[in-house]
Design a protein around this ligand. Structure first.
Ligand code: NAD
Length: 341
């Protein structure tokens, strides 16, 4: 029997990422219901998937064909909709990143998940990438001995990938940037860096001091920070060209780890992870599944009780706290540097 998925919010991430990922797991998952506040989007995307459609969360949650809910709406709605899915007693919930916009919201979601016993998965796809999971099983004491972390996300604009991955129902609308470089840094960290921050946190759990910060145009950030004697360098940059690089690297006393991730909208399998120690170099991947397929496999296994939760609510809430803390400190520093420049 396949599990029915109800999707809340049918924008680019649903159309270009989740529908193809779910279609690849048709032995266990099918899209049962698509909800969007825009009726034309709901109708068109539901028709593509052969699913029911609606324009309210209540209608979607009342549909008995919906076993698993995916919250793919804009950030400000994640908390309320995730809690409603828990209260409706669904079997599992995917919440696209970020889990929420504040720590209070994250606490409310945690409580809703706990009291309803409905597991929640956050769409931090790299934490579900099979190459990351394989490296984690092999990296030994690297989290304790790490001294330097580097994350680079250098990509052509999302819209270019979206139009290659699928035919979008409508062109996405990007709000005009507002608020100057400090706001630009904060938005870029919460929009882009957030994909790699759960990986960074694993090796640099406490942020003590943010060093350098720069907002990059047209969209991005360059920053360094420290904690526990470790240093992190982060670059995120959506540029106008074609070259892409999505890497995560760690250097420790006795080992090095490097992951090369494919861009999000390209179904090119998992990352490749390379782990070097004095004993030699081991390479994990690329495996056929990417992190999105990994998320959906995990959701299906959670919904049938076949697997325990991979990352508990305390862990995903700590990921959000880390991202918010970094975004706020980096924005403050950018503001300070701008004021004294
Ligand atoms: N994991 C990833 O790689 C990844 C990639 C892109 C986006 N995202 C996340 O997915 C979410 C959606 O992103 P998108 O690019 O599709 O964005 P979008 O904002 O362009 O589209 C969202 C869709 O939600 C609809 N919507 C608006 N308000 C709604 C509401 N209250 N309830 C239901 N639907 C509503 C809009 O009509 C639109 O169709 C964001 O939180 C974003 O951070 C994740």
């Amino acid at each position: 029997m396949t599990l029915g998925i109800g999707i809340i919010g049918a924008g680019p991430v649903t159309q270009a990422i989740h529908l193809p990922a779910i279609a690849g797991l048709s032995d266990r998952l099918r899209v049962a219901h698509v909800m969007d506040v825009d009726a034309a989007t709901a109708a068109e995307v539901a028709a593509r998937a052969g699913a029911a459609q609606s324009t309210t969360v209540e209608d979607l949650l009342a549909d008995p064909a919906v076993d698993v809910v995916a919250v793919c709406s804009p950030h400000p709605f994640h908390a309320e909709q995730a809690q409603a899915a828990c209260r409706a007693g669904k079997k599992a919930v995917l919440v696209e990143k970020p889990l929420a916009t504040t720590l209070d919201e994250a606490r409310a979601i945690t409580e809703a998940s706990r009291s309803s016993d409905v597991p929640i998965v956050v769409g931090a796809m790299h934490t579900h990438d099979p190459a990351w999971l394989a490296a984690e099983r092999a990296w030994g004491d690297l989290p304790e001995t790490a001294h330097r972390v580097r994350s680079r996300i250098v990509l052509p604009p999302n819209a270019r990938f979206e139009s290659v991955a699928t035919q979008l129902h409508a062109d996405p609308v990007f709000p005009a940037p507002s608020g100057g470089p400090a706001a630009a840094v904060r938005n870029a960290i919460l929009g882009l860096a957030i994909h790699n921050l759960p990986l960074v946190r694993r090796f640099l759990p406490e942020i003590e001091q943010v060093g350098l910060v720069r907002a990059l145009k047209p969209f991005g950030y360059l920053l360094t920070f420290q904690g526990g004697g470790r240093t992190a360098e982060l670059v995120g940059y959506l540029h106008g060209g074609w070259r892409e690089e999505w890497t995560f690297e760690v250097w420790g006393d006795d080992g090095e780890l490097r992951l090369d991730f494919p861009p999000s909208y390209v179904r090119a399998g998992s990352a490749t992870a390379e782990l070097r120690t004095a004993e030699g170099t081991r390479v994990f991947g690329p495996y056929p599944d990417n992190g999105y397929t990994g998320e959906w496999r995990h959701l299906a296994a959670l919904a049938t009780g076949a697997e325990p939760v991979r990352y508990g609510m305390a862990d995903v809430a700590a990921d959000l706290a880390y991202a918010l803390d970094l975004a706020n400190r980096a924005a403050d520093l950018e503001l300070l540097q701008g004021a004294t420049a």
